[in-house]
Design a protein around this ligand. Sequence first.
Ligand code: HEC
Ligand code: HEC
Length: 358
Amino acid sequence: MTLVGSLALTVGCQRSVDQQYISSAAVGQLEPELQKVVHEQLRKRSGTPREPKLIGATPEETAQLKHGAEVYRRNCEQCHGVTGDGNGPAAQYLTPRPRDYRRGVFKFTSTPYGSRPRREDLMRTIDQGVTGTSMPAFRLLPKQDREAVLDYVLALTHRGELEELLVAQAESEGELPDEMVEELVAAVLDRWTLAAESEVDAASKMPPITEETIAAGAQIFQQRECFKCHGRDGRGGLAGGIEVGNDAWGRKDPAADLTSGMLHGGQLPIDIYRRISSGINGTPMPSFGASFADNPDAVWHLTHYVLSLANQRRRGVQYPQGETAAVDAHAPATETPSEPTTNEPAQADPAPAEEAAK
Ligand code: HEC
Ligand code: HEC
């Protein structure tokens, strides 16, 4: 055999080894018989990387799924991994880690706390990336590619969700009869159908941003003890060494630095409103919507305060090194801020966001 021939063979082998979905560790703990059923069911419902299937797909979605898998292989796999477990070759160098899709838990949603995201939420992440993290913006990919790769992300997510339910069922009942598997498949889909209809809208119309609303927000920030995690000046857990525990994927998750000018969940007032009102799935950031039910404007006031914090550095406010918890809350901005509407960027110049996404 020629050198080129044997090289091609090796590369070919490598490639086909890479192109298998990997089972979660929990599957390996089951009785061999049950492991076999789980593998068979997952293969039947979700296919393989080369012949993927999307649980609950329309024929139209199924048709573009292979294309989605190809877009994913080129643009996402190095971080999110072949199986969507967030464990691609680049992942070990990244903080925060790329999302492990298999739990079905997503952070930046427009749905109530604990819910699945809407399709629009995932598309927004793909279009805009996650500012301040390594998650890039893909808005330059053709629309068709973005739709297809989103379907493929859903295929990986549903596969992971079904795997988790199959393992739980196998552990508790010791068997996995077909009717039961059908029910579990339906349960996976139900959560997404429900989420699609559960968009959280602001409970009141956003009042105009004024010095008073910012000052009111600053006060609530202290009263409601946001500082216990975010630090007195909002600079977050890293600056102040404040530990708030792990995220759902088992990693330390310091509270966001609200002064960085690079809010991960989006820079629009409605984005910030939703983070405060609905919390952030899979992280220690709680949902405050219910506790402000009698005073919905309070969430807007907090939003205005967070916006003003996010603009501090741009205005040239200097922060001392280290310790944030000891520093007192910043006086609200002295200049009168611009007045964005809910769905428009709060600042004319989102340039730092673009940089961070690179
Ligand atoms: C350079 C690494 C990298 C690449 C490439 C990458 N991502 Fe990500 N992605 C991340 C990181 C890191 C996060 C987690 C951000 C966080 O937790 O705040 C993430 C999060 C996500 C999320 C979850 C958002 C949420 O609400 O929880 C989705 C969906 C996603 N990425 C889709 C994609 C798709 C689709 C592609 C390819 C078209 C892709 N990513 C490519 C690093 C990457
Ligand atoms: C128990 C700790 C904790 C408390 C209390 C808390 N947060 Fe958070 N918050 C977090 C963590 C952790 C994150 C980062 C989550 C992530 O993206 O991984 C966060 C993120 C946020 C974000 C999103 C930032 C971004 O980058 O998009 C906002 C806004 C926010 N918090 C506002 C508040 C406000 C306002 C309060 C009080 C009403 C509050 N938080 C109370 C832990 C907390």
